[in-house]
Ligand binder design. Structure first.
Ligand SMILES: CC/C=C\C/C=C\CCCC/C=C/C(=O)SCCNC(=O)CCNC(=O)[C@H](O)C(C)(C)COP(=O)(O)OP(=O)(O)OC[C@H]1O[C@@H](n2cnc3c(N)ncnc32)[C@H](O)[C@@H]1OP(=O)(O)O
Length: 305
C-alpha cells in the first residue's frame, strides 16, 4: 500500500495529473451551502463552447454548441481544450458538467469531414487534438459529470466515458455507444479501454465488434451510464450529484482517481506517437476513405428521404 501511495504521489506531480493537485482545496462547500443564484455565475463563451462557472458552488457547466450535431472537428476540439485549461487553472472551480447546448444530440462524435478527403497533415493535427482533449478530461483532478442530453455515438461516447459519472436523459430515442465498426472503421485502443473499464471485458468485446448503440435503458443496464433522469431534471441532478462528490476531500479523491486511471493513461502516453501514425496510415487507405465517404452520403441521404 505504501508503495502505491508513493507512486500515486509521484503521479500527482507528473505531467498529466498536474491538474489533480491544482484544484485540491478540501471540501469548501457541502450540499447545504449550495446556492445557484444567477449573480454568482461567471460566463465565458467561445463560438462552440459555452461555459458557466458558479464560483459560489465551484460547479462549472461546459456546453457544446457546434451545430448541427456537435461533431468534434479540429476547431471544436481546439476551443474545448482552451476552455478546459481555463477551468483547470481556476481554483474556484471544483467540478465540471459536460453537456450539449443543442437539442437531441450530446455529440455526434468525431467530425467525419475532418477525416474524409483531408491531407495527412490535417489528420495528424486532428488526432493530436483528440488525444489532447481526452488526456485533459480523463486525467483531470476535477470531478467531471456527463449530462447526456441526446445522441452520443463513438467520439461522443468517449467523451462521456472519460467523465467520473454519467447521467442520461431517460428517452429511448437517444443512443450511446462505440459504433465505429458500423462505419467500416476501427475505434482505437483507448476508446476500447475506456469502454472496457466501464462495462467490463465481455460487454465491450461484444459492443466494439458489433458497433452497438444502446438506448438509454440499455445503457443503464450494462453500466454504460450511471443514472437516467427526465429531461427537465438533467442539469439539476448533475449539479446535485456534483455537490455530493464535493463532500469527499479533494486530495484523497484525486489521488484515488489517479491510481485507478494510471494504467489507461500510461498506455496512451507511451503509445501516443504510434497511435497518431496508425490513425493517419489507416485513414490514408482508399478502402477507409471509401467507407467514410459512403457513410457521409448515407447520413445526408437519410435526411433527403
Ligand atoms: C487500427 C486503428 C487505428 C487508428 C484508428 C483509425 C481510424 C478510425 C478513427 C475512429 C474513431 C472515430 C470516432 C468517431 O466518432 S466517428 C463518427 C461517428 N459518428 C456517428 O456515427 C454519428 C453519425 N451521426 C448520426 O448518427 C446523426 O447525425 C445523429 C448524431 C444521431 C443526429 O441525427 P439528426 O439530428 O437526425 O441529424 P442528421 O443525421 O440529419 O445530421 C445533421 C447534419 O450533420 C451531419 N453529421 C452528422 N454526424 C456527423 C459527423 N460525425 N461528422 C460530420 N457531420 C456529421 C449530417 O451529415 C448532416 O449534415 P447535412 O449537411 O446533411 O445537414
Amino acid at each position: 500500500m505504501a508503495s502505491v501511495l508513493r507512486q500515486a504521489a509521484r503521479l500527482a506531480s507528473s505531467r498529466c495529473l498536474t491538474q489533480l493537485s491544482a484544484a485540491s482545496s478540501t471540501s469548501r462547500l457541502g450540499a447545504s451551502s449550495y446556492n445557484f443564484s444567477p449573480s454568482s455565475r461567471n460566463a465565458s463563451t467561445s463560438s462552440t463552447i459555452k461555459v458557466q462557472l458558479d464560483s459560489n458552488t465551484g460547479v462549472a457547466i461546459m456546453m457544446f454548441q457546434n451545430p448541427p450535431v456537435n461533431s468534434m472537428s479540429l476547431d471544436f476540439m481546439t476551443e474545448f481544450v482552451i476552455a478546459w485549461d481555463k477551468l483547470e487553472l481556476d481554483k474556484s472551480c471544483r467540478g465540471i458538467i459536460l453537456t450539449s447546448a443543442l437539442p437531441n444530440v450530446f455529440s455526434a462524435g468525431l467530425d467525419i469531414m475532418d477525416m474524409y478527403g483531408t491531407t495527412p497533415e490535417h489528420r495528424t493535427a486532428f488526432w493530436k487534438a483528440l488525444q489532447e482533449l481526452w488526456l485533459k478530461v480523463y486525467g483531470s483532478g476535477k470531478i467531471v459529470v456527463a449530462a447526456i442530453n441526446g445522441a452520443s455515438p463513438a467520439g461522443g461516447c468517449l467523451m462521456a466515458l472519460s467523465c467520473d459519472y454519467r447521467i442520461m436523459i431517460d428517452n429511448p430515442k437517444y443512443k450511446i455507444g462505440i459504433n465505429e465498426t458500423k462505419l467500416g472503421i476501427v475505434a482505437p485502443f483507448w476508446f476500447k479501454d475506456c469502454l472496457e473499464n466501464t462495462v467490463g471485458y465481455r460487454m465491450s468485446e461484444m459492443s466494439v465488434q458489433y458497433g452497438i448503440l444502446y438506448n438509454s435503458a440499455e445503457a443503464l443496464k450494462i453500466g454504460l451510464v450511471d443514472q437516467l433522469v427526465p429531461e427537465d431534471k438533467l442539469i439539476s441532478t448533475a449539479t446535485e450529484t456534483m455537490i455530493k462528490w464535493f463532500a469527499i476531500p479533494d486530495y484523497a479523491r484525486q489521488i484515488s482517481k489517479a491510481m485507478v486511471r494510471k494504467a489507461t493513461m500510461d498506455k496512451m502516453l507511451a503509445g501516443r506517437e504510434a497511435d497518431i501514425t496508425n490513425f493517419v496510415t489507416f485513414t490514408n487507405k482508399d478502402s477507409i476513405q471509401k467507407s467514410l465517404g459512403m457513410y457521409m452520403e448515407m447520413l445526408k441521404g437519410r435526411k433527403a428521404k
